[in-house]
Design a protein around this ligand. Structure first.
Ligand code: GLP
Length: 219
């Protein structure tokens, strides 16, 4: 689907997720023999306090796993600046850049085990836009595996809001493993509620969910 989008629109605007879930997608995209030099991209989120050169920053993850791997043009890929002096200003500027690009064609999404999308922790308003948020303890614990210790995981982040994500023309949610099964079932079959942000996908007109059997086991 992603390759087909780019074949039809070489300057497509992708919403890029980090985390482990989308990595096989990025690998597979690399095997498609596409010219991705005009693809534009916006990351979902960034840790607050980690600069774009910090090895655990999402800017670096996107740089390594997406931009360098796939030959994207670095100048066309945007990640919120986790070291911005004014987080609210950075968030508003990020929204402006998405708007100026004409919106996101396809937003790649993982799902947090607590039902978060990007870093929209429960509860998050469906009307929320890009902003600074505090991370849930469970999210910091989940993501500690990428850091040396739990203490090293930042406490705050800048994240696209749920309304920002919802405006993407196509949502592509990817989840693997038993650890995600409960969250996937609640997102797809549970009540639509801001208490469980991923349930918002039920309201979107164009959503694709890709699961392995383990992640689908509670549907
Ligand atoms: C992280 C990211 C999310 C991601 C999620 C799942 O905290 N902020 O955007 O989707 O958690 O991560 P993983 O795919 O590694 O399970």
């Amino acid at each position: 689907m992603v390759a087909a989008l780019i074949r039809g629109k070489p300057d497509a605007v992708l919403g890029l997720a980090t985390g482990s879930s989308p990595m096989p997608l990025y690998e597979a995209l690399g095997a498609e023999n596409l010219d991705l030099g005009r693809v534009r991209g916006f990351s979902l989120d960034e840790y607050l306090g980690l600069g774009s050169t910090h090895k655990h920053s999402y800017a670096q993850v996107i740089r390594r796993e997406v931009v360098d791997r796939l030959g994207l043009a670095p100048a066309l890929i945007h990640t919120p600046d986790g070291e911005a002096a004014d987080g609210a200003l950075e968030a508003a500027g990020f929204e402006d850049r998405i708007r100026a690009a004409g919106g996101i064609d396809l937003q790649v999404l993982g799902i947090g085990s607590n039902g978060h999308l990007a870093f929209n922790e429960p509860p998050s308003a469906f009307t929320s836009r890009t902003r600074v948020v505090e991370l849930a303890d469970s999210t910091r614990a989940d993501n500690a595996r990428f850091f040396d210790s739990l203490e090293d995981v930042p406490t705050h982040a800048i994240t696209q809001g749920l309304a920002t994500i919802f405006e993407a023309r196509h949502l592509l949610l990817i989840a693997h493993g038993h650890r995600k099964a409960e969250a996937v079932a609640r997102a797809i079959e549970g009540p639509v509620t801001e208490q469980f942000p991923a349930s918002m996908i039920q309201l979107h007109p164009n959503v694709t969910v890709i699961l392995d059997e383990a992640a689908a086991s509670k549907l």
